[in-house]
Write a protein that binds this ligand. Sequence first.
Ligand code: 6PG
Length: 241
Amino acid sequence: MSARIDISPDPAALAARVAQWIADLAGHSGARFSVCLSGGSTPKRLYQLLAGAPWRDLLPWQRIHWFWGDERFVPWDHPDSNYGMAHEAMLARAPVPAANIHGIECKGSPADAARAYENALRAYYGADTLDPARPLFDVMLLGLGPDGHTASLFPGKPALEERRRWVTEVPEPGLSPHVPRVTLTYPALESCRSAAFLVAGADKQAALRGALGGNAELPSARVRPVGELIWFVDRAARGEE
Ligand code: 6PG
């Protein structure tokens, strides 16, 4: 399926647009709804919006399950934790049942944490094999790093080639913060009805151009969701400022 590009004037408008997009998708779904969150600064604004008016009253919180596409291997209360960021910005401020929050637990080694999260995803999904006709996630949120990485799939790293595991460890990301990561692999990231990249800021221009141009050295350019793919970008990232 081909990708669509949705341009917003600035990061605030971008966050509001994605909030409305998620609210529409979740509102029109009948059963449990799963959202896979990304880390980074761009989505933080989105998470804050979802927990406030008007979206707080629009989202069917009881039916939404929250997952993470990647995690930095630090405790959840560490400032670099993706879980911690989403929790503080949204999950702690909204009526989210605790059982609907599926964070990546940084216990034991990164490899242990990856295995445990893979088991958690399989249990939620109810099977050990991903069926393209029945995606794991309804919404997959993705970020774009200046080096073209997405989730914790960094250029040139072995995690890019992983097709069997759903989750894997990344011992050294090659980018700050220099802590090991745990990341969903392509097969898991791609098992979604809708994937959205959120890209804001002029420092993302080159990476965005490369990703949209299909530069296969950029991990973000290689994401092929089974469902739709939308690039929510702001004008600065698009080079229109
Ligand atoms: C992480 C992220 C990562 C992020 C991009 C973009 O844990 O670092 O999940 O993939 O989405 O680096 O981040 P910004 O929005 O901060 O630019």
